[in-house]
Write a protein that binds this ligand. Sequence first.
Ligand SMILES: [Zn+2]
Length: 265
Amino acid sequence: MKITKIIVIYVGLIFSFQIGIAFSGPHWSHEEQSKWGAIEDSSQTEVPLMYPYAECSIGKHQSPIDFAAAEVNREKKLNKLRIWYDVDNAPVFYNSGHGIQVNTSLDYKGEVEVGEESYPLIQFHFHEPSEHVVGNKRFAAELHYVHVRADGKILVLAVAIDEGEESAAFQTILNNMPGLGGDKNEGTGIKIDPASLLPINHHHSGDFYSITGSLTTPPCSEGVAWYVLPEPITISTAQLEQLRGFYTNNARQPQDLNGRAILTE
Ligand SMILES: [Zn+2]
């Protein structure tokens, strides 16, 4: 195994813990999201360590956002987004305590490329309802593909989910997800192709909206590159009910833009 891959996995694990579950910090919940920044870590005695989620409150580039409120800057063009997902032979079905998540296996090679830069896919997870909104329109759910580069830089690819046709890949995830927060189901022999959850026209590339933002859960760290596909996928009404059976209302409210514009390719 190449050293770069080992570093990617190591950094990836750290970030997947931060994104997925608060192993490294005090308890939080989506109900009290307006107060995340004020949650104290009682094991610390000095500011700012006492407030590990302060960025949720004082950050100026927070996610998600309302796309209808943002201007699209068409002057500055971004590099194309290329999606190179493949079948994962040993995905881990992980109930993070805040959502349902699939962690890719350690030797998984799926990634996205933006220009010369590649970002390995570490995990993907679901929010219900959607976190990104377009004016009054909130989607039934939202899928986040989380990519973490060796230097720690994070890129999240977001896909809106509508109620409609059933998704076979999503059913596989629901069927194998443990019921209890913190539990993992691994070594199942079940394979998952993360691309099977992408909109049909976006299996390898496609148009997108991009904005700089943050993790949408504590510690709300900024510097995250968000790529949002304009086309939703669908899951059935029964599947949406099953998703709600795990977690409902695990979505953060849209955050102030503070002058940020949306970029596209
Ligand atoms: Zn998310």
